[in-house]
Design a protein around this ligand. Sequence first.
Ligand code: BGC
Length: 403
Amino acid sequence: MTEDTFRQTSASFPADFLWGAATAAHQIEGNNVSSDWWLRENSPDRDVPDRSGDAADSFHRFATDIALVAELGLQCYRFSIEWARIEPEPGRFSIAMRDHYGRMIDCCRQAGVTPVITLHHFTNPLWFARRGGWQWSGAPAAFAAYVSFLSPILTDVPWICTINEPNLLAGAPNDARTGAALPSLPAPDPRATAHIVAAHRRARTILSAASNAATGWTIAAQAYQAAPGFEDRLADFRHPREDLFLEVSREDDFVGVQAYLRTFVDETGPLPVADDVETTQMGWEYFPPALGIAVRHAHSIAHRPVLVTENGIATADDTRRIDYTAEALLGLHAAMADGIDVRGYIHWSLLDNYEWGSYRPTFGLVAWDPITFARTPKPSAHWLGNLARTGVLELPAPAGAVR
Ligand code: BGC
């Protein structure tokens, strides 16, 4: 970003820009008992502090959540379909569960909210994990069977994300992100990578015959920066972790970009976050320009229209959420002004949620009561909703700028 960008005080987004908020099934629905994560959380030797339990009970309260999206003024809701509910045992597909997600899609439409559907968001059916998860040679066919079964409810969905953060999924077999994992991203496993790429392609083939949706996948895109002297080798480090997946996006209708942070890399790998910088509840550096940097990089590899499918901050200070989001959006706007085709911005997350092992980090625009499940939008929810209505980003004071 340039000095001039930092001095900007407002930015206008296109009238048809899609504004929204995202969630993922396991993180908000509750009682996802046939999944690998449920087993992990409920094992006697569990390696995460919290169980997901009832989560935000969105499995039953989805209509409230979708109504909230609409009331706030947001235009789209990105949510995921839970494979473990659709196919709790191999080959045993549940029509009733498919109907449930079909009702969510209908509910969006009735509320005037565009559904953006994710078909796989980190969790796997337990039976799939027991067969080896994404390492299993049968994984692409199993995923294709699940997508085929779902296709009747996806006919009129405009945006479909096949697999969330395949680049993290491939690095953590049978597993997903835990809070600590991201800064020290392992290199994805080549076998899992190959199966995940094949599953994505098969899903796209099925969906192109069954629906008019724009299809793509959503990449965990970081603002990587080389430590001095490591510039040439950064590309080698980044390729298996990110660029390989962005290259697959070249075949797709769009590339979903999810960006939160920056990571410095030297010959030893990713460096720990410096002691003297502001950090979020995740321990990640507070670095809003990550979004613009990641979008520029993703577009330079994928050459496809971009949909920002996640960006946000874990903080207990909601004013910091507004600051972070405003500055991230300013960087996004600058990328668009430079000609990058960005179709929308979907904030992570609509709700505080189960952050892969812990309820402590709060990413939500909306809080909820753990006993009554009553939802309470935070000021940031109204701020983002207002931005969605006007399309004009007014920056909070000169502050938003360099910190
Ligand atoms: C994931 C979400 C997660 C968020 C914050 C993204 O990588 O898709 O499931 O909660 O980041 O860690």
